[in-house]
Design a protein. Structure first.
Length: 188
């Protein structure tokens, strides 16, 4: 195993073939991430959980680009496909009443793999809640000045105020109808 990275809650090692990583950290964070990956893998969300122990987890290594890097390099249509896929994953999380957190600033938490599939990573802070925020936080990210600047360069123009209005409607009533209206507004 080779040292790969230092996370905010532990160390990460990678095998030489770059197939999987081992996260070593505090027992409660490791067990929490393993619990959520076990559950979410059945919905095709997150890297595949390979093995878990109280001190570490072994998960699939996701090779790809961080979301902002991808947005800077991709074309308009590719970006819309990625946004749609992420919103659909966030909708599943919202329906399951799972808050991932960090979706308002997911620079290191969404990797676009070589098949142009966005993979959400880092689930150690996940928790159940009655009021989920995955979609609303991700929409905050999409309407941030940094992302909007990239989108403008690509010819992607969203009406920030209309999106915020639609987000508030979804936040107050997280049903399928409100989600689909938001989705169509962002991915037309």
């Amino acid at each position: 195993m080779q040292y790969f990275d230092k996370g905010s809650r532990g160390l990460i090692y990678i095998n030489p073939e770059r197939e999987y990583i081992i996260k070593i950290g505090k027992e409660n964070k490791i067990l929490n991430e393993a619990k959520w990956l076990k559950k979410l893998n059945s919905y095709n969300i997150g890297p595949k959980l390979i093995k878990t122990d109280k001190d570490y987890i072994i998960i699939e290594y996701i090779n790809g680009k961080k979301i902002l890097d991808y947005f800077q390099e991709a074309g308009k249509e590719q970006i819309l496909v990625i946004i749609r896929d992420i919103l659909l994953q966030c909708r599943i999380l919202d329906k399951l009443k799972i808050n991932k957190l960090e979706m308002h600033h997911p620079l290191k938490h969404i990797i676009i793999n070589s098949k142009n599939k966005p993979i959400l990573i880092d689930f150690e802070r996940c928790h159940f809640t009655k009021r989920t925020k995955n979609i609303t936080q991700f929409c905050q990210f999409l309407t941030s000045n940094k992302v909007r600047k990239i989108f403008l360069e690509k010819g992607l123009i969203f009406n920030k105020y209309e999106i915020i209005k639609r987000i508030k409607i979804y936040k107050n009533k997280q049903n399928e109808s409100n989600f689909l209206k938001l989705l169509s507004m962002l991915c037309q």
